[in-house]
Design a protein around this ligand. Structure first.
Ligand code: 13P
Length: 253
């Protein structure tokens, strides 16, 4: 099963930069499945510029509601119409900047699924939580609160699995620091066990991505760890050559 290498551009990228980025990705021959989540206004132009290249597109958030009087919010249905297949939900920056609770993330995931989008649900502990030995407890609570039961009973593997989990330790995001390989492997094993308990067979096959300072120099060792099904890449996804270097470090099975 190819790994899923997803890029989260966050609030970066410009319309003017799309053509060069797409040209860089079109040159790709990576074994991994590729997904780019640009700011929502760039989804359709990037889709067009990719010109049929096998790169999926996603959004970085969606509203709880499907439509209506919600100024500034993004409808999952519109994101799907623009060409998104995935949507990142519950990223720690949204949990911190917008006060998104796990309960809100679960509602958004329900809406995304109803609109035909695949939710990428993010979990991860702060540095203080890790230092006090609570990392696995915190992440399990986030999983328990954020995953909708609609994900149970669906077992499509790989990039088009009904849901994807991203483990992103908050202290590793944009800092250049990563957990040890042992800590990543232990957390991913803990997440897998929680997914199986919560979702049964579906939880056994959902990809679990690692995110937080993934770059070309550390990708091979992180992606080779057990239960790591790919990466969610921030800063290093902004340059196609770095993103592709990460994707080509994904193991072939
Ligand atoms: P960095 O790769 O820049 O650390 O960001 C990770 C992230 O938050 C991806 O969602």
């Amino acid at each position: 099963m190819p790994q899923l290498i997803a890029g989260n551009w966050k609030m970066n990228g410009t319309l003017a930069g799309i053509a060069a980025y797409a040209a860089g990705l079109r040159a790709a021959a990576a074994y991994a499945d590729l997904l780019i989540c640009p700011p929502a206004p760039l989804i359709a132009p990037l889709r067009a510029a990719l010109d049929g290249a096998p790169v999926a597109l996603g959004a970085q958030d969606c509203a709880v509601q499907r439509s209506g009087a919600h100024t500034g919010d993004l409808s999952a249905d519109l994101l799907a119409e623009l060409g998104a297949t995935h949507v990142i939900l519950g990223h720690s920056e949204r949990r911190a900047d917008h006060g998104e609770s796990s309960a809100i993330v679960r509602e958004k995931a329900r809406t995304a699924i109803a609109a035909g989008l695949i939710p990428i649900i993010c979990v991860g502990e702060t540095e203080a939580e890790r230092d006090s030995g609570e990392a696995e407890t915190v992440v399990r609570a986030q999983l328990a609160g954020s995953l909708p039961e609609e994900l149970a009973g669906q077992t499509v593997p790989g990039v088009f699995a009904p849901g994807v989990i991203a483990y992103e330790p908050v202290w590793a995001i944009g800092t250049g620091r990563t957990p040890t390989e042992e800590d990543v492997a232990a957390m991913h094993a803990s997440i897998r066990a929680a997914l199986r308990r919560q979702l049964g067979a579906a939880g056994a096959t959902m990809p679990i991505l690692y995110g937080g300072s993934v770059k070309p120099s550390n990708a091979a060792s992180l992606l080779a760890l057990p239960e790591v099904g790919g990466a969610l890449v921030g800063g290093a996804s902004l340059k196609p050559e770095d993103f592709l270097a990460i994707a080509s470090a994904a193991p072939r099975d």
